[in-house]
Design a binder for this molecule. Structure first.
Ligand code: GDP
Ligand code: MG
Length: 604
């Protein structure tokens, strides 16, 4: 294909602003998917994605588009090849977003006409500008009765620095304005530029494991040509693979002989594991290959860790196999076996962020029929001991009790967008989370952008939910990793009958340790049923006890209550107790119900 007629673009938006719907409408209008076959959200292939309305895995679709002779946008008439690259929309996948952007020349910046600019609108826009993309501002959902087109078109124009007339208006739902948008993409997006005679270089912006075909790798060719006859080389590792197939997606895979400058498509090798075909890596040919990779490859590092344990110990092998399978499709998922005194055999898993963790857990439960307990998520700490040695702590129970010289914890730069009414509330919240205000800007009269540095560990739990509920859902949040800082942190252990329960250990700031200990001990007293003996619950920092609760002995009382009463009630009670037992974990001699773990570990 002649690069002059290729237009590579992506759609970027805050979640729910209509990206997937617009993509579907474009597929339909260009005739790639016919109306009858068009199932909602064609591009969001995974069930979980569809249910949660998020896009996890980017996809690229090739669409032919003919610009009519008399089009109002003034685009050069003719037939073009549009490659639409779908980017994942969530903060956990920022790296993948940035790779998808690298594969494009333009970004359609989509904003909901009833909501206006949100935190991820900004975050994505900054990423797109960082990748030097041409920005096409679009106000979507103009069919909504609650749309405020005038106000938000102006906000959007101010943001990208264009005239308000240059903001395109669409309804992805009805299709209004979408043809005009396609013409505008043709008119304003630069055609790809590359050296057709140079050794091939292609950027990997996605790779997906397919049960039948192995790993399918999505690439954007920058220079030269990738042919189905080539043997290819991954430049970060030097690994060489046989090429089995190259092609384009439109919307199903279609084989092609080769992919040239500016083209976007897929390739299939014999590879069975996405870790051998890494997002961000450069593909070249084995013979006469390129010397310099395309810039920007990064290895994804887990930011959040949690222990995952099967509720039924017999499921351990199933869990191990399931993690192995998921990793085939998820280069960012890390795991290793772990044993917990309280929870038995399980795995310590590393994730890019909380959403990544939730999705993984949900897939394990749903696709592999597993029932799991997960420990509270924690971030990674770097501890320097008194003797100068350094250790990395990914599990709170392994945090040293003493001889610590310094602890480094990860921090993020958070951007919060909110109606100005909530400034005070947000400041208060961020203060309790040890945040430092970096700056504040008004985007319009009544909307403000606040930037904070926050310890990642403080926002790993319930920060987002908290922010949402304190601002009646109006605030939006985006964050990115911003290095490490020294922190005054301690480990709080929870002891049942004097025995520490590793699953409840947490690393918290010194000033929060006491209230954390009191809170968790109190919660456990409520959650753990009475036993036949007294059970003391203690919260401790090292050997120092900071909180104490006691669960008094019972059992006799349960039956005593029924003394002389009717026998069916008594039997029912006993049965109920037996039921409950099935879902108990023994911690030492203490029976702890699953619910206690789940409730104690969920929101802290
Ligand atoms: P995404 O998260 O950006 O991919 O957003 P979706 O495409 O999943 O859309 C979120 C919701 O907005 C869905 O319920 C869509 O049906 C709805 N939606 C998207 N575009 C429009 C539009 O132009 N008008 C109206 N009324 N609803 C829309
Ligand atoms: Mg979507």
């Amino acid at each position: 294909t002649d690069p002059a007629i290729i237009r590579n673009f992506c759609i970027i938006a805050h979640i729910d602003h209509g990206k997937s719907t617009l993509a579907d409408r474009m597929l339909q209008i260009t005739g790639v998917v016919d109306e009858r076959a068009a199932r909602a959200q064609y591009l969001d292939r995974m069930d979980i994605e569809r249910e949660r309305g998020i896009t996890i895995k980017s996809q690229a679709v090739r669409m032919p588009w003919t610009v009519a002779a008399d089009n109002e946008q003034g685009a050069e008439p003719g037939t073009y090849v549009l490659n639409m690259i779908d980017t994942p929309g969530h903060v956990d996948f920022t790296y993948e977003v940035s790779r998808s952007l690298q594969a494009c020349e333009a970004a359609v910046l989509l904003v909901d006409a009833a909501q206006g600019i949100e935190a991820q609108t900004l975050a994505n826009l900054y990423l797109a500008m960082g990748a030097d993309l041409h920005i096409i501002p679009v106000l979507n959902k103009i069919d909504l009765p609650s749309a405020n087109v005038e106000k938000y078109a102006l906000e959007l124009a101010n943001l990208v620095g264009c005239e308000v007339e240059d903001v395109l208006l669409t309804s992805a739902k009805t299709g209004l304005g979408v043809e005009a948008l396609l013409n505008e993409i043709v008119r304003t997006t630069p055609a790809p530029v590359g050296d057709p005679d140079a050794p091939p270089r292609a950027l990997i912006f996605d790779s997906v494991y397919d049960t039948y075909r192995g790993v399918v790798t999505y690439v954007r060719v920058v220079d030269g040509k990738l042919s189905h006859r080539d043997r290819i080389k991954m430049m970060s590792t030097g690994a060489v693979h046989e090429m089995l197939e190259v092609g384009v997606i439109s919307p199903e895979p279609v084989k092609a002989g080769d992919l040239g400058v500016g083209e976007v498509g897929y390739l299939i090798t014999g590879v069975k594991d996405v870790r051998q075909s890494r997002v961000g890596d450069t593909v070249t040919s084995q013979h006469n290959g390129a010397d310099e990779p395309l810039g920007g490859y990064e290895h994804p590092n887990p930011m959040v860790y949690a222990g995952l344990y099967p509720i039924d110990g017999d499921d351990y092998p199933t869990l191990r196999d399931a993690l192995e399978k998921l990793q085939l499709n998820d280069a960012a998922l890390a795991y290793e076996p772990e044993t917990s005194g309280a929870l038995g055999f399980g795995f310590r898993c590393g994730f890019l962020g909380l959403l990544h963790m939730e999705i993984t857990r949900e897939r394990l439960e749903r696709e592999f029929n597993l029932e799991l307990i997960s420990t509270a998520p924690n971030v990674v700490y770097h501890v320097t001991l008194d003797d100068g040695s350094r250790i990395e702590v990914t599990n709170p129970s392994e945090y040293p009790d003493s001889k610590i010289r310094e602890v480094l914890e990860p921090v993020v730069t958070a951007t919060i967008l909110s109606p100005a009414d909530y400034i005070g509330t947000i400041m208060e919240l961020c203060q309790t989370k040890r945040g430092t205000l970096l700056g504040m800007d008004y985007l319009s009269e009544d909307r403000v952008e606040m930037r904070y540095t926050l310890p990642m560990g403080e926002i790993a739990f319930d920060f987002f939910d908290n922010l949402k509920s304190k601002t009646k859902g109006y605030a939006s949040l985006n964050y990115e990793f911003a290095g490490e800082q020294a922190g005054d942190l301690v480990k709080v252990d929870i002891l049942l009958q004097g025995e520490p329960v590793d699953a409840f250990s947490a690393i918290v700031h010194k000033d929060a340790a006491y209230s954390y200990g009191v809170m968790l001990a109190g919660k456990l007293r409520e959650l753990i049923p009475r036993q036949q003996f007294e059970v003391p619950i203690q919260a401790a920092i090292g050997s120092r006890v900071i909180a104490r609760e006691t669960i008094r002995a019972i059992r006799k009382d349960v039956l005593a209550k029924c003394y002389g009463g009717d026998i069916t009630r008594k039997r029912k009670l006993l049965e109920k107790q037996k039921e409950g037992k099935k879902r108990m974990k023994m911690v030492g001699r203490v029976e702890v119900p699953q619910e206690a773990f789940i409730a104690a570990l969920s929101t802290t």
